[in-house]
Design a protein around this ligand. Structure first.
Ligand code: NAG
Ligand code: NAG
Ligand code: NAG
Ligand code: NAG
Ligand code: NAG
Length: 442
């Protein structure tokens, strides 16, 4: 469990980027705080802990709220298609909407056990009672997820999520939302306790749609810690797409890419066989510090280039998701009171952290650069979830990443997941926005 050690930020390893040089005052102190807030510290830990086998297999705790789950929701758009084209969902606020997010039984769609908060015994249900109201005119209200509309928009297509565990969180949400309404079939799942959640594919035969997840937290090829927790560092090849998704790139029609947490965490970076620098490597290894911003741009560039060039000009949509932060907010990751808030932050109560903003800006910048480079066949969009995720400290599993965590009383130390979201939960909103992106062509 102690494999991961926090190494304080070496300011010299932070390659100045346009936004950090505009904030020289923040350079030393703010990043440290903001990184903690962004949860990078907890990542490797969560990777370990989220995967620890479920404890006792006591009869499932049956929460009354599940009685309300209604998989037969129907959606009738009252907004004319054209009116939504210019809507921007990235700013807005959470408004109370009883029952909005109670849409599936996560145990039935094979979500990672640590995200199945209801099964794990989370007793409060208020976190399921909010919907995202985007800023702008009322006609820009975000429609509720409509599985039929999603499957029609992706008919005959292969939708692939590629990236870190937040990409997985969204991919699992999508499979749950779709399979609650339409028959699904598991086409592939890797074997092994970790791997079974890392590489999988579902089919939705009525619409000939496939949904895959490729766990590749750096997007590009990575060896070391990403493959084996006992290895101290990641070796990341900035010039090579991830092996698994790279091999399948020609088959992918819609790709959702999400990365960032592991790059903040650090790695040793390569171009070909040459080491070009590192972030957060021990000083005695003598690597040039290159920070996280430049490698982050490079991994998006390599991934987008591979996907744009694949399949000989076949139309393709690439969706770059922005950073979704953790909410440990200064608590130790093993504190029973980490992320125990039961409501979203109110407008003005919480600002998007400095590092999260910088990571978001990089994603926007790379999307724009990629649009300029790629041909008309590739559509490139940003799925900006940073603000809406920042406002939801209440939506994480917390101690309910463990099954019935208080069955033997309240422990002094117990690990909390304050990064991923409960399923169902706020991450379903990511897919509501994804659906609007896919429906509303520019
Ligand atoms: C959710 O699904 C699981 C597996 O089918 C089942 O055991 C559980 O009772 C369900 N929960 C409710 C309350 O329907
Ligand atoms: C389920 O949803 C349908 C359609 O929206 C509605 O007519 C029905 O009353 C709902 N059932 C329950 C039990 O809430
Ligand atoms: C949407 O709003 C965000 C935040 O205000 C802004 O950064 C972004 O450029 C906007 N997107 C579009 C497509 O206008
Ligand atoms: C890697 O090296 C090649 C050849 O020198 C160069 O064209 C490319 O820009 C480099 N890529 C990165 C990510 O540094
Ligand atoms: C790093 O540099 C120091 C000083 O030049 C040298 O003594 C040490 O052997 C180097 N370490 C590695 C791993 O190359």
């Amino acid at each position: 469990m102690g494999a991961y050690q926090y190494r304080p930020l070496d300011p010299h390893s932070h390659k100045p980027s346009s936004s950090s040089s505009k904030n020289p005052v923040c350079f030393l102190s703010k990043p440290v705080c903001a990184w903690l807030a962004c949860g990078f510290l907890s990542l490797a830990l969560l990777h370990l802990l989220c995967c620890s086998p479920a404890g006792n297999q006591r009869a499932a705790f049956v929460s009354p709220l599940l009685n309300y789950i209604n998989n037969t929701y129907s959606f009738v758009s009252s907004v004319p298609e054209g009116a939504k084209k210019s809507c921007n969902y990235s700013e807005g606020q959470w408004v109370r909407a009883p029952g909005h997010a109670r849409r599936y039984n996560a145990t039935q769609c094979d979500v990672k056990e640590s995200h199945d908060c209801i099964r794990n015994g989370r007793p409060d249900t208020g976190y399921l009672e909010w919907r995202w109201q985007p800023a702008g005119p009322p006609s820009c209200a975000l429609p509720e997820f409509d599985a039929g509309a999603f499957l029609s928009a992706t008919r005959g297509k292969h939708v692939a999520f590629i990236g870190d565990s937040m990409a997985r969180n969204q991919a699992q949400s999508l499979v749950c939302l779709l399979s609650a309404a339409f028959p699904s079939r598991l086409l592939h799942r890797d074997e092994g306790y970790h791997q079974k959640h890392n590489f999988w594919r579902y089919a939705f035969p009525a619409h000939d749609v496939r949904v895959s997840f490729y766990w590749n937290p750096f997007l590009v090829r990575a060896t070391g810690k990403a493959e084996d927790e006992s290895v101290p560092y990641n070796h990341v090849h900035l010039d090579q797409p991830g092996d698994r998704w790279g091999a399948d790139a020609d088959t992918i029609d819609v790709a959702v890419l999400a990365a960032g947490h592991w790059l903040l965490n650090g790695a040793i970076y390569y171009n070909g066989s040459e080491v070009i620098g590192a972030h957060n490597a021990p000083a005695e290894m003598n690597y040039t510090g290159i920070g996280y911003a430049w490698p982050l741009k490079m991994v998006y560039r390599t991934a987008v280039e591979r996907l744009s060039s694949a399949g000989g000009g076949r139309p393709r949509t690439l969706v770059l998701a922005t950073f979704s932060p953790a909410h440990f907010d200064g608590s130790p990751t093993d504190s029973p009171t980490a992320c125990t808030k039961m409501e979203p932050y109110k407008e003005g109560e919480k600002e998007v952290d400095w590092v999260c903003k910088e990571v978001r800006d990089i994603v926007y910048g790379e999307a724009e650069a990629a649009r300029a480079r790629s041909g008309a066949a590739t559509r490139i969009e940003v799925l900006d979830v940073t603000k809406l995720a920042t406002m939801r400290p209440d939506g994480h599993p917390g101690v309910y990443m463990n099954r019935d965590p208080f069955k033997h009383g309240v422990p002094d130390k117990i690990y909390s997941d304050c990064l991923h979201f409960c399923l169902p939960g706020p991450v379903d909103t990511f897919n509501e926005i994804l659906l609007q992106i896919l429906r509303n062509r520019r």
